[in-house]
Every structure is written in C-alpha cells, then in structure tokens.
Design a protein around this ligand. Structure first.
Ligand code: SAH
Length: 349
C-alpha cells in the first residue's frame, strides 16, 4: 500500500479503484505512513500554522429533517432560539477583541432570516470589521440569494455535501436531493465564494465505497475548505440507537483529503474533539489546519445541539480561545489569527 500512498502524495490523485484498494487493505503501518505524508504536505503548503475561526451559531430553528441532526424540525424537544443582529454583532465584537479575523455564521435552515436580513447582517459585520472574513453556513438557498450575500460582502460559504452516495443521501435527508446540494456548491463556487464541502464519517451502513464517492466528488469539486467529522448519534433523532463514527476513520479521511487537495483548509472539528479528548490534536497531526472555537453567547450554547456530548458548551469565548491555543501549541503547532484565506484563492479571480 505504501506505493499507492506515495503515488497519492506525489500526484495528489488516485483512481476510484486505487482509493478503494487503499481503504480496504491498509495495515496499521500504512496508516501511520499515510498520516506522515499528510503532515508533510500540510507543512509544505501552510507550515505548522493552525487558523482560528470564530463560530457563531445564530439560530437552531430548521425546516429540514436530516435524520442525524438534533435540531431537525421534527425534534420537539429542541429548545429553539434566534440571535438578534445586536447579539450577533456583540459576539463579533468579543471575537474581534480576542483576535479572530474570521466569523462563521452557522444555523439551521431558518427562513426567518430572509435575504434582506442576511444581507443586513453581513453588511453590518463587514462595515464594522472590514479586515475580517465572513463565512455563511445556512444551507441550501437560491443562486440569486447567494449572489446577494456575496455582493453584501460574504467571503466564504460552508455547506457539507454530507455524503456523495445517492442512496445514503436519500435515506438521511427526507425531501432533499444530492443533486441540488451539489448544484448549490457549484453555484457558490462560480459566484466567487471560497467554498467548503465535506462529509460525515461512520453514518449507519456507510461503506468504503461511500467514502470513495466522497473523496472523488471532493477531488472533482475542488473546494477551498473541507469539513469532515464523525457522525455522533443524538438522543432525540431517529438514529439515536446507531453507532457513531470513529476517530481512526475520521483521521484517515482527513489525511486522504489533505493529499488529494494539498491547499485545502481542513478543520479539526468540534465533533472530532467530542468523541476523543484529544481528537482535534490527532486531526491536526493528520493534516488538519483549522479550528473553529465557539463565539456563540453562553446562554444558547447548549441549545445548538446537533449531536450528544458536544464539547465547550459551558466555556466563555475567551476560555475556548485560550484552551484551544494551548492544545495547538502542546501538539507542536502554531496559532494563526489572520483571515487565513486559501493560498490558491483571490476574491477577484
Ligand atoms: N444548516 C446548515 C448547517 C448544518 S450544521 C447546512 O445545511 O449546511 C453543520 C454540520 O453538522 C452539518 O453539515 C452536519 O455534517 C453536521 N452534523 C449534524 N448533525 C450531526 C451529528 N449528529 N453528528 C455529527 N455531525 C452532525
């Protein structure tokens, strides 16, 4: 398998068949070799830097019913909240003072925040903090809406494809299609956003063939960012009795994506940190170079519960900031508070 890993390291490409062979046959030794190659690649492109993004979870209302997600519309136990513009700006101010230069606004698919309101939020943040990047993560909307937010100053958009296998996608997302998800991602990219796709690991009945679909789709889309995290069951969802994803598989996927897309911005996710106390450190050592500490007001932290056992729900933004910085440094990496754009991107391109 080392020959295949070397080939992937050198050419940043493997065929569908080769990827599947790799996933089916890697020994512990091969996995270590893969992770080392992913680390070498990140060092070549970004050095030992880990970029920090301030995450603001501004609404947990959602009209969708994703089977795995704790804030799905049908979950009547979810304690719903929405942040006002003022509350969002306060979170940004706190973040700015802590050194953050990227704000990620994430939420359920909540039509309360129509185009005019999203535009106003983006404009206000950009007016006050012109040196900051604004990232939106609010799911599927029309191309026209995406254009409006971009014109208002939004720089980036995160929307995981979740799984690139039609069948699995359909089972997990009632009333939604993989085709539309992919269409949105392509539109966002064409408009000029730095785009983040990504997938979950360890979904019920997910196979190595499914992971190969994800990896091939990512290679084809060439997003600027890729979010990968383990699936973690939530007690008030239809998948409550299922097993979650493992640290080991998640880390292998991070390493493979680093090698397939050497320039990519790759978060060590909160979900990874939630299933293993040093999960994010393990991710960083396998090629991840972004962390997204929480900036949401303490009063709503617990309510944005996509899965059970989420970490950092009780910590002030300043504590999160210090905690993660210590972790990054102890793991042998350095914190970078700059905007941290993808090295292969410019807004005019
Ligand atoms: N509504 C937005 C944001 C979704 S929440 C959108 O559609 O993009 C952010 C991510 O959390 C999702 O993309 C999904 O991959 C992840 N997520 C949701 N439920 C999860 C669970 N139970 N375990 C792990 N990750 C989950």
């Amino acid at each position: 398998m080392k020959v295949l890993i070397d080939k992937l390291y050198t050419h940043n490409y493997l065929s569908r068949e080769e990827l599947l062979t790799l996933l089916n046959s890697m020994t512990e030794n091969d996995k270590e070799f893969l992770i080392n190659k992913a680390h070498e690649t990140r060092m070549k492109h970004y050095g030992d830097k880990v970029f920090m993004r301030g995450l603001i979870e501004f609404t947990n209302y959602c009209k969708r019913n994703c089977m795995y997600c704790g804030i799905r519309a049908a979950n009547k136990y979810a304690d719903r909240y929405r942040l006002t513009i003022e509350e969002i700006l306060e979170a940004c101010e706190e973040g700015y003072n802590l050194g953050y230069r990227t704000f990620v606004l994430q939420g359920g698919e909540d039509d309360y925040y129509g185009d005019d309101l999203i535009v106003m939020i983006v404009e206000k943040i950009k007016q006050k903090y012109p040196d900051c990047a604004v990232t939106l993560s609010i799911g599927e909307r029309s191309c026209k809406s995406y254009e409006k937010y971009f014109k208002a100053g939004a720089d980036r958009y995160l929307m995981r494809h979740e799984t690139a296998s039609e069948e699995l996608y359909k089972r997990l997302h009632p009333g939604m299609t993989l085709e539309n998800r992919k269409k949105c991602l392509r539109e966002l990219k064409d408009i000029g956003y730095q785009v983040g796709a990504g997938f979950m690991v360890g979904l019920p009945n997910q196979t190595n063939e499914d992971y190969v679909n994800d990896l091939m789709f990512l290679k084809e889309l060439e997003p600027h960012m890729v979010g990968i995290g383990p699936f973690i069951p939530h007690k008030d969802t239809p998948l409550k009795g299922e097993h979650g994803g493992t640290v080991e598989t998640t880390i292998i996927m991070l390493a493979l994506v680093r090698l397939l897309l050497p320039n990519v911005l790759l978060p060590a996710t909160t979900a990874l940190g939630s299933i293993d106390p040093i999960g994010r450190e393990k991710g960083i050592k396998a090629g991840a170079n972004v962390v997204m500490p929480n900036l949401s007001p303490l009063s709503v932290r617990k309510k944005y519960a996509l899965y059970d056992g989420k970490i950092c729900t009780g910590d002030e933004a300043a504590e999160c900031r210090m905690c993660i910085e210590g972790r990054i440094k102890r793991a042998g990496f350095s914190v970078d508070m700059s905007r941290g754009d993808n090295t292969a991107w410019s807004r005019s391109s």
